[in-house]
Design a protein around this ligand. Structure first.
Ligand SMILES: NC(=O)c1ccc[n+]([C@@H]2O[C@H](COP(=O)([O-])OP(=O)(O)OC[C@H]3O[C@@H](n4cnc5c(N)ncnc54)[C@H](OP(=O)(O)O)[C@@H]3O)[C@@H](O)[C@H]2O)c1
Length: 323
């Protein structure tokens, strides 16, 4: 039986991966700070995300390690939250690096969460891994430090991949799609600010498939954009969202009002106003095939399966989803 270790695997993306690989008969181990978490996929093993402990044994003879640890960025960026956002990413990455340096039979591949927000605000230039321009500001600095922590120590024989992931669309309660759908159903699903900013996105099914692909393709390493090949402008994204939900109209949101709303909702406008134009150049070069390359198909699928509680990897759903 193959073994996958997922650090920070109790959240949205970790559980999507855990369900998928469990169904494929992999042994899935989740490193978590809360082993009492109810009914999750995978075997929960305690760690604190900072220090070495008995959990390091789980890395021995594993095929792959995926690290998704990190405090949610959906919060106000005041000094305490900034510190937590940064430390909750750097400390787990560093301690995993240390554990791998000491392991006798470590996994041959380590995929670490990163973010497509590392690229600069771009309205008209696609950002690929090779020539994408790195931005500046707090979020970008966190991304750079995060990737440095992944790549800095020598780890011979371990392929390392930084998952520069865009907004992942799925049904999990703690993810962005259900929030956007609720806003649209309230008649508030118009464009945000000018609506000209680009939205990079990926359907959760393709996220999981891309991770599996990256584990298997031994030539893939370094930064990897995990995003659909057809990003769209925010006005197109919101219009498509409304159409797929059958909502005829949506109020636009002007920038000053968004600032006030973000303050009330304890979040940051950067999450919606930064123009993210990431494209999956490496995945396409390596011939990865997306099930959902276009936003209308991805959002239609999510709208159709509104009450889906099962994993999207149920065999009958996979049949329905074949291109
Ligand atoms: N979802 C997206 O659209 C998206 C897009 C780009 C990048 N990402 C990145 O991908 C990663 C996973 O995303 P997600 O949506 O699955 O996030 P999530 O649902 O919030 O899960 C994050 C996990 O991180 C762990 N965690 C939180 N604070 C921690 C800390 N201080 N120390 C150690 N572990 C901590 C939690 O595990 P325990 O509480 O069980 O320990 C939790 O399961 C994140 O790093 C995120 O920034 C996500």
């Amino acid at each position: 039986m193959k073994k996958l270790v997922i650090a920070g695997g109790t959240g949205f993306l970790g559980q999507a991966l855990a369900r998928h690989f469990t169904r494929k008969n992999w042994e899935v181990v989740i490193l978590t700070r809360n082993t009492q978490a109810p009914t999750l996929a995978g075997r929960l093993v305690a760690w604190d995300g900072k220090t070495l402990g008995p959990w390091v044994q789980e890395l021995e003879k594993a095929q792959a390690l995926v690290n998704l640890s990190g405090k949610s960025v959906d919060c106000r960026y005041h000094p305490r939250n900034r510190r937590e956002i940064r430390e909750s990413r750097l400390a787990p990455t560093r301690v995993l690096s240390e554990a791998l340096q000491n392991a006798k039979a470590p996994p041959s591949v380590w995929l670490n969460a990163a973010s497509a927000t590392i690229y600069r605000h771009s309205l008209d230039t696609p950002m690929a891994e090779e020539d994408g321009e790195i931005g500046n500001g707090f979020s970008v600095e966190v991304c750079q430090a995060w990737e440095k922590a992944l790549f800095e120590a020598p780890l011979p024989g371990i392929r390392r991949i930084a998952l520069r992931t865009s907004m992942v669309l799925g049904h999990a309660k703690n993810s962005v799609y259900p929030i956007l759908a609720r806003i649209a159903r309230c008649g508030l699903g118009g464009k945000l600010s000018t609506g000209e900013q680009m939205v990079s996105w990926i359907h959760v099914t393709d996220f999981v498939r891309a991770i599996e692909f990256a584990i298997e393709d031994e030539d893939l390493q370094g930064p990897l954009n995990i995003t659909a090949p057809a990003p769209v402008r925010n006005c197109v994204f919101m219009k498509t969202l409304r159409e797929t939900l059958g909502i005829p109209f949506g109020l636009d949101h002007y920038k000053p009002l968004l600032e006030v709303a973000a303050w009330i909702l304890r979040t940051e406008t950067e999450l919606t106003l930064k123009s993210r134009f990431a494209v999956p150049a490496k995945l396409l070069q390596h011939r990865f095939v997306f099930y959902y390359p276009f936003v209308d198909e991805a959002l239609s699928d999510l709208a159709m399966h509104r009450n889906r509680t099962a994993s999207p990897f149920d065999p009958h759903l996979l049949e329905l989803q074949k291109p």
